[in-house]
Design a protein around this ligand. Structure first.
Ligand code: UDP
Ligand code: MG
Length: 307
């Protein structure tokens, strides 16, 4: 019999885990395969780990790893994928925003319709603060203009994949992980399913606006080098402008003499150029910092307990 592993990263989710577990069991009979739970405790400070131990006690299909501290959802996903032994793997959130009722349909699509992967996206951003939707739209527009890897707007991390695709994702040993990019970058034939946004079953979201903003920058840095070219482009433009204005000033000096004036304009031009130089240095700095972290080859997560 084939096996499906459910990879579920959890961070302070004591309220949601059991609800999730029971909900999945409801759809188990509709799937003609064995289910395996691969929970990841991402350094929770509540009773998440105790609940895993308890579930494991009564159900041997439950496996878990527990991190030594919070490493973030991306690390959790990788650890879960590495823990999974199934022929198929589904990554999902524990808060039921990734509804388990889709699992039978996803399994069918991969098994019978010849897809390697079924991915999901939200059809609407209902229930989300308008300002957040606004910035999300800008982000997806920008990144898709700048990167050759397609990052689908509204895509969730709810995916059903074949073993072959999972192995490809794991083999991509980047330190700066941006799953939405990696899943798309590895390729394979993907079917998209969309559904209405669902409210969290319990607990609350760990994503503040600031965290999302940083995540968006991560995505751009990881999948595009356009900002670097932008910096050089700006440099070239400024160089051309300065040549033209130099010629203009010399010619004016020769024709009209040298009326002492223009202190204000010189200062503003200095400030402008200084600002642009700092901006470009900053962009280069961001990439250098990523190279720095990547070459350090730090561990992506540290496991404290495993079962
Ligand atoms: N999560 C995690 N580590 C973190 C933050 C979140 O493992 O540092 C997990 C969380 O427990 C949940 C999933 O990632 O299962 C999605 O998080 P959340 O529901 O807070 O995000 P949202 O759905 O609001 O985007
Ligand atoms: Mg959620």
């Amino acid at each position: 019999m084939e096996k499906i592993s459910l990879v579920v990263p959890c961070y302070d989710e004591e309220e949601s885990i059991k609800i999730f577990y029971n909900e999945v069991l409801k759809y188990e009979k509709q799937i003609d395969a064995e289910i395996e739970f691969c929970f990841v405790d991402d350094g929770s400070k509540d009773h998440t780990l105790e609940i895993f131990r308890m579930l494991r006690e009564k159900d041997k299909r439950v496996h878990y790893v527990s991190f030594s501290r919070n490493f973030g959802k991306e690390s959790g996903l990788l650890a879960g994928l590495e823990l999974a032994t199934g022929d198929y793997v589904a990554t999902m959130d524990v808060d039921l925003q990734d509804p388990p009722y889709l699992l039978p349909e996803m399994y069918k699509a991969v098994k019978e319709e010849g897809y390697d992967c079924v991915a999901t996206k939200r059809s609407t951003r209902k229930g989300e603060p308008p300002i957040r939707s606004f910035f999300a739209r800008i982000f997806y527009h920008l990144i898709n203009k700048m990167s050759t890897t397609e990052i689908v707007n509204g895509a969730r991390d709810y995916r059903f994949m074949t073993r072959q695709m999972v192995d490809a994702v794991i083999a991509d040993g980047e330190y700066n992980r941006f799953s939405k990019g990696i899943f798309s970058w590895v390729g394979f034939k993907t079917k998209w399913i969309s559904y209405e946004n669902i409210e969290r079953s319990a607990g609350k979201t760990k994503w503040s606006f600031w965290k999302l903003f940083k995540y968006a920058i991560e995505g751009i840095l990881a999948y595009s080098t356009v900002p670097l070219s932008f910096a050089s482009f700006l440099g070239v433009i400024l160089f051309l402008i300065s040549i033209v204005s130099l010629i203009f000033i010399i010619v004016r000096r020769l024709i009209f003499g040298d009326p002492v004036a223009g202190w204000a304009s010189i200062v503003s031009i200095l400030l402008l150029i200084g600002g642009i130089v700092m901006l470009c240095l900053g962009i280069i700095g961001l990439y250098v910092s990523k190279i720095y972290l990547e070459t350090k080859k730090r561990q992506i997560y540290i496991i404290k307990e495993k079962a």
